[in-house]
Design a protein around this ligand. Sequence first.
Ligand code: HEM
Length: 154
Amino acid sequence: MKKRILVLSFALISVLSGCKKEEETPAPSLYDRLGGVTAISAVVDQFIANVAADPNMVRTFKPLLDDVAKGNTARVTALRNNLIDQIGQASGGPQMYKGKDMVTAHAGMNITETEFNSLVNDLVLALDKFKVPATEKGELLGVLGGLKGQIVGK
Ligand code: HEM
């Protein structure tokens, strides 16, 4: 009898601890749902291509575009890596953004609301090209859209 109670108790504890484990499993991060660094890098590459072809970006990105036209890609590579790190970190990935804070990075550019929206649209087009689902797209745009106050009119 004692043995049976012992076995039953053990079974009950196993079942309960199994349930607890399930409850504690964290929901996958936005980073994981986006597809990690490979998917984020592909989106960033397309985003940069969209920005480079966007007439509303010429005013602010001219120095970078001029560098690229001369075959000097150091600046655009640095921007690419910074964007991958920034999006990786903001979505819960292991990256650490090491670039300038958003106010410093855009200081003196006097970026307008139209320019900001145009850049966001360049990102949306990139996310759509890779068929990022609406939920993940919305979450990422929500995080980045929150930076608007640090970027527009500085
Ligand atoms: C949520 C929106 C934005 C994000 C997340 C963002 C992010 C960044 C990052 C990470 C950098 C690099 C900082 C560094 O060098 O340390 C940067 C630089 C820059 N951003 Fe933005 N940015 C945003 C909006 C804009 C907009 C709307 C414009 C212009 C219309 C713009 C124009 C620039 C330019 C011209 C640079 C410098 C590129 C270079 O010459 O190296 N950004 N931005």
